[in-house]
Design a protein around this ligand. Structure first.
Ligand SMILES: Nc1ncnc2c1ncn2[C@@H]1O[C@H](COP(=O)(O)OP(=O)(O)OP(=O)(O)O)[C@@H](O)[C@H]1O
Ligand SMILES: [Mg+2]
Length: 250
């Protein structure tokens, strides 16, 4: 099991119980800065529940979560909301605003949360869209006029607009065709590389073992509310854990 000095996220003895159902069971987990870490696990293992705790959207029954050295339990509601700006999030279905163009979608968080002038926002949005491979000809298109892969790119540009310290990807490729899947995975890596100098951390939740091993630095396996394996990606296929072997060989 891996431990890191000065991690982006440190989770200690995290337990979450709904009524009498324990979903997270004394979980310990460090996520290192500046790397790509993927959480794998069977359906119902508790992955989304874990993610909601990291985002401060759910309160632990017991245990603690530190994100960027902050103890989440010490933040009040207003501070929580402010703190969430450290996170960028790419959802399974890019979740763009249907009535806003690609560029307006990316501009939205900048208008909402910064004091940048319109021209500065425009320049920044162009750079963001270019960085994810969206050509100017598509900037004014509505989400319904874009392909699934392009919507993902726009969603990623929007998530990156406020320069988050931590990018969270929740099943970023589920439901995509193989070529788009490959593209999104490459985009996650190039985005991580481009933001390495500022130590941006990437956390992915995935079912896709093959892609996970290709693009991640570290891989954790969550089973019934515990991290039961946590290794560098190249070591993961050689895990002696039987469940991990079952999952890898599915
Ligand atoms: N708000 C809630 N109230 C009660 N039970 C919940 C709640 N949220 C999650 N659970 C339970 O916690 C367990 C884990 O759910 P979770 O969504 O975290 O799994 P998951 O690993 O994300 O699964 P999947 O791969 O299917 O998305 C499930 O049994 C679920 O029913
Ligand atoms: Mg889930």
């Amino acid at each position: 099991m891996l431990h890191f000095d000065n991690p982006a996220i440190r989770i200690e003895n995290l337990t979450k119980t709904f009524d009498d159902h324990t979903v997270l069971n004394g979980l310990n987990f460090d996520i290192p800065r500046g790397k790509i870490t993927t959480i794998l696990g069977f359906s119902g293992a508790g992955k989304s529940t874990l993610l909601k705790h990291i985002l401060g959207l759910m309160q632990p029954t017991s245990g603690s979560i530190h994100v960027l050295d902050k103890d989440l339990s010490e933040l009040n509601n207003v501070e929580q909301r402010e703190f969430r700006r450290n996170f960028g999030m790419l959802f399974q279905y890019a979740a763009l605003f249907d009535s806003l163009s690609a560029l307006e979608n990316v501009a939205f968080p900048l208008k909402e949360f910064t004091t940048l002038k319109e021209e500065e926002i425009n320049v920044k949005c162009h750079a963001l869209l270019e960085s994810v491979g969206i050509q100017p000809i598509s900037h004014d298109k509505l989400p319904s006029e874009l392909s699934g892969g392009m919507r993902k790119r726009v969603g990623l540009a929007r998530a990156l607009a406020l320069e988050p310290q931590i990018m969270l990807y929740d099943e970023p490729t589920t439901g995509l065709d193989p070529i788009t899947t490959h593209m999104v995975n490459d985009l996650i890596v190039s985005t991580s590389d481009r933001n390495k100098d500022r130590q941006m951390t990437s956390v992915i939740i995935s079912h896709d073992v093959k892609a996970t091993l290709r693009i991640s630095d570290f891989v954790a396996f969550l089973d019934r509310g515990n991290i039961v394996e946590y290794l560098a990606a190249e070591d993961f296929p050689h895990s002696s854990n039987e469940l991990v072997q079952d999952f890898v060989n599915l």
